[in-house]
Design a protein around this ligand. Structure first.
Ligand SMILES: *Cc1c(COP(=O)(O)O)cnc(C)c1O
Length: 350
């Protein structure tokens, strides 16, 4: 595969304080880029990270054809770089793209671009507890035209940002009883930029009431719990983990499916089925709701300490050896090459 490479003249890595990183604000020396023009993906390029130029009529600004991915690279003690199930992200960006009527990005280009970029910017993947490189592939519609129709041109890019372990602070959530993030037949299963845009306002209202996130419920009845903010959501009732099955409305998270597999291998019972607000309220009242947590690439697992529904609020117990902490360690140990990879999830960057 032809890949054009333009290297930076001098790395900016010396200007970065790796002990004081805000999530997703600093980017590595290079970026990967490929344009779709005249019905074809053109020769992909890696060049210095820099602003890109668009006409104001570029379609993405008007009609929101934009999909993205989020993944991480880790460096082990022997300086080897690893990815976690990147095949899943590669497939998913094309599933998202199809739903927004955007062209699929070829798998060979994705992996060649990604691994070449990671090798060029390998110094930016820091080893040690909690450190990783957050990788953001995305595709946008770039045709210069404001007619409300699918773009003829697109740009695929990968940018990378060094991050430390993601801690959102103490998280308490509101169960949505009015707003929705997704509906049947909609784009909830796609990692589409617009899903995020639509979630910010309800999330702001929740913050104003002292809650950090919204747990989304089904759009028609608000009776079934579906996702926590931009993460999948798990509930532990007694010794069983519950999570909703994926659907039109739910993002098929790589972390979610890895948690299900790992938990089952640890002998934890996992029920993948619709989870109702009524049963979670009942379990909370009986003291049987022991844990709630969000699952996603950025934080792996983000514990939820309490929730509110309508006017009621609940606080969850603080447990030693919670499922959240045991499973999070299990997954991060596999990601960082500290544990045997019995599921074949690690991908060596070479
Ligand atoms: C990205 C995302 C997730 C988590 O997916 P991972 O593959 O685990 O990172 C969950 N829900 C939504 C809405 C998302 O966008």
């Amino acid at each position: 595969m032809a890949l054009k490479i333009e290297k930076i003249t001098k790395s900016k890595i010396d200007t970065v304080d790796f002990n004081n990183l805000k999530f997703g604000q600093v980017f590595t020396d290079h970026m990967f880029e490929c344009d779709f023009i005249n019905g074809e993906w053109q020769t992909p390029k890696i060049r210095p990270y820099q602003p890109i130029l668009f006409e104001p009529s570029s379609k993405v600004f008007h009609y929101g054809q934009a999909v993205f991915e989020g993944m991480k690279a880790y460096k082990d003690d022997d300086d080897q770089i690893w990815l976690f199930r990147p095949d899943q992200n590669q497939k998913r960006i094309n599933i998202s793209a199809e739903r927004l009527d955007m062209p699929a990005f070829p798998k060979e280009y994705f992996f060649e671009g990604l691994t070449t970029l990671l090798k060029m910017d390998s110094e930016w993947v820091q080893k040690g507890e909690g450190n990783s490189l957050y990788i953001r592939p995305f595709i946008i519609g770039t045709e210069n035209c404001v007619s409300a129709s699918t773009s003829t041109d697109y740009k695929f890019m990968i940018i990378c940002s060094p991050v430390q372990s993601y801690y959102a602070g103490e998280v308490r959530v509101v169960f949505a009883d009015k707003f929705s993030r997704a509906a049947d037949g909609g784009v909830g299963f796609a990692k589409a930029a617009g899903n995020y845009a639509a979630s910010f306002y309800p999330a702001k209202l929740a913050r104003e009431k002292g809650f950090q996130q919204v747990v989304w419920t089904d759009a028609s009845t608000h009776e079934y719990l579906e996702e926590a903010g931009t993460m999948n959501v798990f509930f532990r009732v007694n010794d069983t983990l519950l999570t909703a099955p994926t659907s039109d409305r739910i993002l098929d998270g790589v972390t979610r499916k890895s948690i299900i597999q790992l938990a089952e291998s640890l002998g934890i019972k996992v029920d993948v089925r619709r989870v109702s607000v009524t049963e979670i309220l009942a379990a909370a009242r009986k003291g049987e709701l022991l844990e709630m947590f969000g699952a996603g690439t950025a934080a792996v697992i983000s514990p939820i300490l309490g929730f509110s529904h309508k006017e009621e609020t609940f606080e969850l117990p603080k447990l030693e050896n919670s499922y959240a902490s045991v499973i999070k360690k299990g997954i991060t140990d596999i990601q960082t090459n500290k544990a045997e990879d019995k599921f074949g999830w690690r991908f060596k960057v070479e």
